[in-house]
Write a protein that binds this ligand. Structure first.
Ligand SMILES: [Zn+2]
Length: 192
């Protein structure tokens, strides 16, 4: 297993750092957490091919975490993907994401691969359906007024916790996850 940052700059891209996104690569499959700019190019650099990506998790609906999703879906379609893609998000964000993908007719276009929605409730330790190399569970964490989700991935004996974004509740959120590897974004003031 390895993981690669597709970006690590928080909400503000810099010259050499795109908005935050991480891909976890297992035994022939991969999970992407958040989706910023030019995702497919960076996935390919990380060794993730068209069908290897099994699940995308959008931690919350701030622009920098979700705006690359239509680009990713379109690219996978153009590459000929037919396998379903699981899309996990907070329950509150299903409709905004459907609207985002709907702008480009990516939900009902003939021949496009199906998206399997995985709606995450605001519940501690919610487990997503078992899939591939990773067991994934989630817990809500605070990000101002924005519903947000922290994610834990477990592969064999490697345990990785990823927080979408944290604010004053950082310590509280950390208490939920004592992973061997922990990834937490630096905070950028966000007006929402
Ligand atoms: Zn945010």
């Amino acid at each position: 297993m390895h993981f690669t940052f597709l970006g690590s700059a928080g909400a503000l891209p810099a010259r050499d750092r795109d908005t935050t996104s991480i891909v976890f690569v297992g035994d022939g499959d991969a999970v992407l957490i958040d989706c910023g700019g030019s995702p497919m190019q960076k996935l390919l650099r990380a060794g993730v091919t068209r069908d290897a990506l099994r699940r995308v998790i959008i931690t919350h609906m701030h622009t920098d975490h979700a705006y690359g999703l239509p680009s990713l879906v379109e690219t996978l379609y153009l590459l000929g993907r037919r396998a379903p893609l699981r899309l996990a998000c907070r329950e509150e964000h299903e409709q905004p994401l459907r609207t985002l993908l709907g702008v480009f007719r990516q939900l009902e276009r003939p021949g496009i691969f199906p998206i399997v929605w995985e709606l995450v409730p605001a519940r501690e330790g919610f487990a997503l359906p078992a899939l591939g190399s990773f067991a994934v569970s989630s817990s809500p964490n605070a990000h101002g007024s924005m519903p947000n989700v922290a994610v834990r991935l477990i592969l064999a004996h490697i345990d990785v916790a990823h927080h979408g974004e944290l604010d004053a509740h950082r310590d509280e959120a950390r208490a939920h996850f004592a992973g061997e590897v922990e990834v937490a974004q630096e905070l950028v003031p966000y007006p929402l």
